[in-house]
Write a protein that binds this ligand. Structure first.
Ligand code: NI
Length: 177
């Protein structure tokens, strides 16, 4: 149970492909997830991936509650997702603003698939299978990208739409992921 330092863009570990989890429901896995949760809450993020705290394993957590700080963010259920795989259900892409705990202070306009199916496991090894769209789909794509060594600035199509959060959005906040 600890808030861990978050690796920032430039750290080579963030560019690695993370290894799958082989054993579920272990003390080590539960401790990792607790540290991720503590770190995400301390930094008021919408999600975090294990590589961001220096653990190159396929574990992400995310969740967004209705929050006046993020008026445009739809609610996303608190989820632990391990060894995920994504299936694109719509080739339609939608541009949306994103932030990342590993790219502090910045925001960028990122294209994401509007509708996806994601499968994987929770920390106990129970299967997860969801079909989602919109902001939920965006958060999952952002977090799973961390497991493939991709940071959101690598997906920005037009770098004119990449900048400092307090300059771009002086009156509004967008959650970090
Ligand atoms: Ni991120």
């Amino acid at each position: 149970m600890a808030v861990r330092p978050v690796l920032r863009m430039g750290d080579p570990l963030l560019l690695q492909v993370a290894a799958p989890v082989e054993q579920f429901d272990t003390p080590e896995l539960h401790a990792l997830i607790q540290d991720m949760r503590d770190t995400m809450e301390a930094m008021q993020g919408a999600g975090i991936a294990a590589p961001q705290i220096g653990v190159s394993r396929q574990v992400v957590i995310f969740g967004v509650k209705k929050n006046p700080r993020y008026p445009d963010a739809e609610e996303v259920p608190d989820t632990v997702l391990i060894n995920p795989s994504l299936q694109v259900l719509s080739e339609d892409m939608e541009e949306g603003w994103e932030g990342c705990l590993s790219v502090p202070g910045m925001r960028g306009l990122v294209p994401r698939h509007t509708r996806i199916r994601y499968t994987g496991y929770d920390q106990f090894g129970n299967p997860i299978d969801r079909t989602v769209s919109g902001f939920h789909a965006r958060v999952v794509q952002h977090e799973c990208d961390h497991l493939w060594g991709i940071l959101y600035p690598m997906r920005i199509r037009d770098l004119r739409y990449f900048g400092f959060a307090d300059v771009l959005f002086p009156d509004q906040e967008i959650p970090d992921e």
